[in-house]
Design a protein around this ligand. Structure first.
Ligand code: 5GP
Ligand code: ZN
Length: 114
């Protein structure tokens, strides 16, 4: 059995506030939200980080971005804007090594990010 926390969340073995789910992806509320809307979108299949992507993940990546658009529209974030973030590696702040996309919105965002 995988020791990966996001594998367990995606499999329903660890509880989360589910936002949406398909056969291949799972979206849930971040446990420590950094904005009024902070949703994590993950592939159900374990992929360590964005560095492991190949062309084989083309349709998966498209599905993730379309899901982010759907969630953003459902929450009215499309009106003012939102941010999609993937941290890759320790220096970027990746703390869970199962690739995930942060969907953040509901407040003004600074640039550059910290
Ligand atoms: P990273 O730092 O890897 O880019 O993002 C990991 C994110 O996962 C963090 O925003 C953190 O709050 C979130 N997180 C870590 N553990 C859990 C958990 O058990 N449940 C949920 N819902 N989010 C988690
Ligand atoms: Zn995993």
């Amino acid at each position: 059995m995988s020791a990966c926390i996001f594998c367990k969340i995606a499999a329903g073995e660890i509880p989360s506030k589910k936002v949406m789910e398909t056969d291949t992806i799972f979206a849930f509320e971040d446990i420590h939200p950094q904005a009024p809307a902070h949703i994590l979108i993950v592939p159900k299949r374990h992929i360590e980080s964005s560095l492991a992507f190949s062309k084989d993940e083309a349709s998966l990546l498209c599905e993730i971005f379309l899901a982010a658009n759907d969630i953003a529209r459902q929450r009215g974030l499309d009106k003012k804007g939102f941010r999609i973030v993937t941290n890759t590696g320790l220096e970027a702040g990746q703390s869970v090594f199962h690739v995930h996309f942060h969907l953040l919105g509901g407040r003004p965002m600074g640039w550059p990010p910290g």
